[in-house]
Design a protein around this ligand. Structure first.
Ligand code: S3P
Length: 171
């Protein structure tokens, strides 16, 4: 088995699915954001605040590259990971990529409750958040959609795990 990379917009449920898949498959799970925070010794929001987004994207790229040495590991990426540098291309080469596809309203309802640790949306009002997602999601979709498996993020996690397992049996 290769590594599995979970991609999708903020709030699509990558971390929750990653954790459950790892339990069921008895493999490790890495959350790229947590890894970056561990290595840097700072929260993502502090990294953005103190060093800026470009610095964060470089760290994210380096941390992602380190996962290419791993095997049988589930990696849940950040919402922006696939859209910077050649990250998505590299993930597609290095493992199985899974896109958790969520619609605008689902993302809005999930994200309005969990904005504060996400620097890109932390300061937005609910109205501005809706508009932001609408404009921000569409260019990102082009990257997400190159993933090898697309899953409906509104499905319950056990069903998503089942679909991943079915897919893995075929590859
Ligand atoms: C980001 C998503 C976040 C995190 C950072 C930037 C983005 O990860 O990497 O705040 O650009 O969409 P999650 O998708 O896990 O929230």
């Amino acid at each position: 088995m290769w590594n599995i990379y979970l991609v999708g917009y903020m709030g699509s449920g990558k971390s929750s699915l990653g954790r459950q898949l790892a339990i069921e498959m008895h493999v490790p799970c890495i959350d790229l954001d947590h890894k970056i925070e561990q290595v840097q010794g700072q929260l993502i929001s502090t990294i953005f605040e103190e060093h800026g987004e470009t610095y964060f994207r470089n760290l994210e790229h380096q941390t992602l590259m380190q996962t290419f040495n791993l095997d049988r590991t589930i990696i849940s990426t950040g919402g922006g990971t696939p859209t910077y540098k050649d990250n998505m291309e590299q993930m597609n080469k290095a493992g199985i990529t899974i896109y958790l596809k969520a619609d605008l309203l689902t993302l809005f309802n999930r994200l309005k409750k969990r904005k504060e640790h996400r620097p890109i949306i932390a300061d937005l009002t609910d109205e501005a958040l809706m508009e932001f997602i609408e404009h921000h999601l569409s260019p990102r979709k082009a990257f997400y959609e190159t993933a090898q498996l697309h899953l409906d993020a509104s499905l319950p996690i056990p069903l998503l795990c089942l679909k991943v397992n079915e897919f893995l049996c075929k590859v």
